[in-house]
Design a protein around this ligand. Structure first.
Ligand SMILES: N[C@@H](CCC(=O)N[C@@H](CS)C(=O)NCC(=O)O)C(=O)O
Length: 194
């Protein structure tokens, strides 16, 4: 199986962490998103990473679907409870973390595209959303103690915000939680890099 990805992508990071934790071998293919390859564009019409290419050539995207696919390959361990309330709780955390990634990307991209005249209200609104998400997460750290896709997704989102918007580092109890979870080899090996 090939995972088309970038080292920066927080969405791809979730899939990489799951594969490492579950002992699933992925061939990582680093993509250039400024100059999308025919391979990426034929696998995913919107040219987004992560995209998974199975051994039979079928493709799977986006990251929540890839994570569900990888998780179903074996139960060593299960990262997304197979049914019941806990399943939707984990998927809700993933959705929140994915949106946090998107908000972080939006803020970063606005400043990158328009370094001199970026929209101050737009960036401020994204940053306020990030702060609200931090408050939400910090108030619910107990539900992230069990190592499921939920903490993997939240740590991937925070890791991305730290990478692109270092002035928005987490603090206090959330910082302690993030430091601790970041020591896991699967997360330590997938820290975003340029
Ligand atoms: N909903 C998608 C989002 C994926 C996504 O936006 N990835 C970014 C990289 S972090 C990307 O491919 N950007 C290139 C583009 O949008 O053209 C997922 O969860 O996989």
């Amino acid at each position: 199986m090939q995972l088309l990805y970038t080292k920066r992508s927080p969405y791809a990071r979730k899939a990489r962490v799951l594969a490492l934790e579950k002992g699933i071998k992925l061939e990582l293919v680093d993509e250039d998103l400024q100059n999308k390859s025919p391979r990426l564009l034929s696998a995913n019409p919107l040219g987004k990473v992560p995209t998974l290419i199975l051994d039979d050539g079928k493709t799977i995207f986006d990251s929540p679907v890839i994570c569900q696919y990888l998780d179903a390959l074996n139960d060593k361990p299960i990262f997304i409870p197979r049914s019941g309330e806990k399943r939707y709780e984990v998927l809700k955390w993933e959705a929140m973390a994915d949106d946090l990634m998107t908000v972080g990307i939006n803020a970063y991209m606005e400043k990158t595209r328009h370094p001199k005249d970026f929209s101050v209200p737009f960036v401020a609104a994204q940053e306020a959303g990030i702060h609200r998400a931090y408050t939400y997460i910090e108030a619910r750290l107990d539900s992230l103690r069990e190592f499921t896709l939920a903490p993997v997704a939240v740590a991937s989102a925070i890791g991305y915000v730290h990478f692109r918007l270092p002035h928005l580092e987490v603090k206090g109890a959330l910082a302690q939680w993030f430091t601790e979870i970041s020591k896991r080899p699967s997360l330590a090996q997938t820290v975003p890099t340029a």
